[in-house]
Design a protein around this ligand. Structure first.
Ligand SMILES: Cc1cc2nc3c(=O)[nH]c(=O)nc-3n(C[C@H](O)[C@H](O)[C@H](O)COP(=O)(O)OP(=O)(O)OC[C@H]3O[C@@H](n4cnc5c(N)ncnc54)[C@H](O)[C@@H]3O)c2cc1C
Length: 407
């Protein structure tokens, strides 16, 4: 078994690193920080994204007919990893929603949405959770009623992250009013500009003070979205009517794997290693402490396990396989590693770990304090770790649903 990258893959990594060195200027970092803070995209960042797009790096592994390069998932991962590490920039994959369109869309839908998603001209927010159901998603009530060649949508979604910026919502709604649970649900791809949609902010704990750039989970805002007699053409339907549950699960599984999930968790360990190896206040004394060294060595070992699980999922994806439970495994190990890393960091730094940006004594501009606050949410969003464990037990280990007798 050989886990090393090929010479060609290492060549791509060097090419991306050289590009980053030349192009990620202070101006770009400032514009990235503004974009993170919801102030929109500046002209330098826009030009940079066009350049990255022209190089084909945004969709290396997608089929050529939909604007991709027909390359491997590993090559895409290398590009994603370098940009995330260097400047917290997400490059590739077309964002949430696009993998589901690739997996379940008609040819016409793939041609309509994917090239624009790749060029970042369109982006999707995910409209699954509702006020009374998150984990128990099959209980959702948002309705999409078919009337001739259109659907009329009524209902509410909650925690719809990025709804204020997204051009479209990837909406899971009940199209069969008589149906129960997973049956009778469908996915609609709806432009956010459609009349009758209202977006209301839900501010998160990362909002005040705003998390500094390089905070791993720095979402200052999520949203509630209301649908009041929203009319959309029937062509917005993704996949078959009534098959929305499967369309959603396929998309979510693909969204759960990849560099972002892995790096978001593992970067907390990298942060503390970088701090200990640097000349920041208290670093020299702390890196000499055997308890600290033991702790970071444990975290590093765990981080390697997270990396290998990601590689495994990507290798299954590259071979055209379906994830039964591997994505769920990553969704457990990554976020739990992230939580353990932030807890270990707070033990190593002591009370300094709690100082936010704005405090004169904050370590690394308060990144650790924000990560400590944000770590837990990664165990909940995109499917909670409890539910992921249940998926592993059922789909991976063949166990019955809780409360049912086998056989
Ligand atoms: C920051 C953030 C961003 C989000 N972004 C989005 C988004 O963009 N789009 C979207 O649709 N949703 C989004 N969500 C919502 C997220 O998917 C839900 O919060 C999640 O599914 C949990 O649902 P809930 O909040 O209703 O909690 P509940 O379902 O009430 O669960 C609460 C706790 O109980 C546990 N639990 C529930 N049922 C079981 C069970 N049967 N067995 C064992 N444990 C159980 C859960 O694991 C969880 O720990 C986001 C959430 C957060 C925190």
């Amino acid at each position: 078994m050989n886990f090393a990258y090929t010479e060609e893959e290492e060549g791509l990594r060097r090419e991306v690193q050289a590009f980053i060195k030349e192009n990620i200027t202070d101006e770009i970092r400032r514009e990235l920080a503004d974009a993170h803070a919801g102030k929109g995209k500046g002209p330098h960042l826009t030009r940079l994204q066009e350049e990255i797009c022209a190089r084909g790096w945004l969709a290396i592994s997608w089929p050529r007919e939909y604007g991709g390069q027909g390359g491997t998932r590993i090559a895409q991962y290398i590009v994603e990893e370098e940009f995330l590490r260097a400047c917290d920039m997400r490059v590739g994959g077309g964002g949430s929603g696009a993998p589901a369109i690739l997996a379940s869309g008609t040819d016409e839908q793939k041609r309509r949405y994917l090239p624009d998603a790749m060029r970042l001209k369109i982006s999707f927010c995910l409209g699954f959770s509702e006020p009374h159901c998150g984990t128990d998603l099959a209980g959702l009530r948002c309705r999409a009623t078919r009337q001739g060649d259109k659907y009329v949508v009524n209902g509410q979604k909650i925690y719809t992250t990025n709804a204020q910026n997204a051009t479209h919502i990837f909406l899971l709604a009940r199209t069969d009013p008589e149906s129960r649970r997973q049956a009778g649900l469908s996915v609609l791809l709806i432009p956010m500009s459609t009349p009758g949609i209202t977006v209301r902010p839900l501010w998160t704990i990362q909002n005040d003070p705003r998390a500094p750039v390089n905070t791993t989970y720095a979402e200052p805002r999520t949203n509630e979205v209301f649908f009041d007699n929203v009319e959309v053409p029937a062509s917005c339907l993704l996949g078959e009517e009534g098959d929305g549950w499967n369309v959603t699960q396929r998309g979510l599984n693909l969204d759960r794997v990849g560099s972002w999930r892995y790096l978001a968790s593992v970067r907390r360990t990298e942060d503390i290693v970088n701090y200990l190896n640097g000349d920041g206040p208290g670093a020299a004394e702390r890196r000499g402490d055997p308890r600290v060294r033991d702790k970071v060595a444990d975290l590093w070992t765990e981080a390697q396990m997270c990396r290998l699980m990601t590689m495994r999922s990507m290798s299954i994806e590259a071979r055209g396989g379906q994830f039964a439970y591997e994505g769920a495994g990553e969704k457990v190990t990554g976020p739990e590693h992230g939580v353990r890393a932030t807890e270990a960091i707070s033990q190593i730094l002591g009370p300094y770990a709690q100082l936010m940006n704005g405090s004169a004594h904050a370590v690394q501009s308060g990144v650790f304090a924000h990560n400590l606050l944000g770590a837990f949410q990664s165990t909940v969003n995109h499917g909670s770790i409890q539910v992921m464990r249940d998926q592993i037990a059922r789909k991976g280990l063949g166990m019955p649903r809780p409360g049912r007798r086998p056989g």
